[in-house]
Design a protein around this ligand. Structure first.
Ligand SMILES: [Zn+2]
Length: 264
């Protein structure tokens, strides 16, 4: 079984981050329905996916944050055998974010908080607002997935991990495409931090193997950043990595099941 712990519900443009647009060959043109997303996952080598909203649904208003979460909830409700959900938060709307965390975890069964995106919404990872979000995640007993693509991200994340040893934190993208070796080294001392190999960093030679050698297989998770990466390409990279079959199984699904306490 392969569980992708890092997917985004595709928006109209696929993944639409300011200044960067990418559209998968497997996505249909125009609006993308929940059925399209389910079909793409079913036709791939990946079995389950934990979804957060697309970047265009993360802000800039609190209303957009909420409706982005509702769109993900709709997918999970329609296809409970395929999807789980993260609650997206916006630190610029702290009271609304804390309320949203409580509601989505308790009422909608969301399994984590994230992807927390400082590059999309422009905030510091270890700001007062993000600390309050981490404290709430500890109270709700769910993991947080925090984006990292540069040293300020993984250094801030390491400070959070040290300050909140009971928080369970996933550092996205092995720390970042250009900085993944430094990202892995930055979280190595903290047993409460995992990493996912999502996005193009997984294509880098030795990325999976280095993460597992440095952190242990227990702290490495499979993710794609769908719709950024083609699902089958990502699954192929894992299946043909140099990991032992036991380590590969951990990365592919076991760690995700344990960390997010997934009911299969
Ligand atoms: Zn990210």
């Amino acid at each position: 079984m392969i569980i992708d712990i890092h997917g985004h519900r595709p928006g109209r443009q696929g993944l639409d981050v300011p200044g960067f647009q990418w559209r998968l060959t497997s996505l249909p043109d125009g609006d993308i329905s929940p059925d399209d997303v389910a079909r793409i996952l079913r036709e791939s080598a990946i079995d389950r996916m934990i979804l957060s909203p697309t970047a265009e649904d993360m802000g800039p208003t609190a209303g957009q944050m909420r409706s982005g979460n509702r769109r993900v909830a709709e997918l999970v409700r329609k296809y409970p055998d395929l999807f789980y959900a993260y609650c997206s938060v916006n630190p610029h709307y702290l009271p609304e974010s804390l309320e949203e965390m409580e509601y989505t975890v308790h009422e909608l069964g969301f399994v984590g908080i994230g992807e927390i995106c400082p590059h999309v919404l422009d905030f510091e990872i270890d700001s007062r607002e993000v600390r309050a979000i981490v404290e709430k995640a500890v109270e709700l007993d769910v993991p947080l997935n925090i984006h990292s693509s540069e040293p300020t991200h993984f250094r801030g994340l390491a400070r959070l991990a040290k300050e909140y040893p009971t928080a369970r934190i996933v550092m996205s993208h092995l720390g970042g495409f250009r900085f993944w070796r430094d990202g892995i080294a930055a979280i190595e001392p903290f047993d409460n931090v995992w990493t996912d190999c999502s996005a193009w960093v997984m294509c880098t030679m030795g990325a999976f193997e280095t993460a597992v050698t440095t952190l242990g297989a227990r702290r490495v998770l499979f993710g794609t950043d769908f719709p950024l990466c083609e699902l089958d390409m990502a699954a192929y990279k894992l299946q043909h990595s140099g990991l032992s079959s036991a380590d590969r199984e951990r990365v592919a699904s076991k760690n995700a099941i344990e960390l997010f306490r997934l009911a299969l």
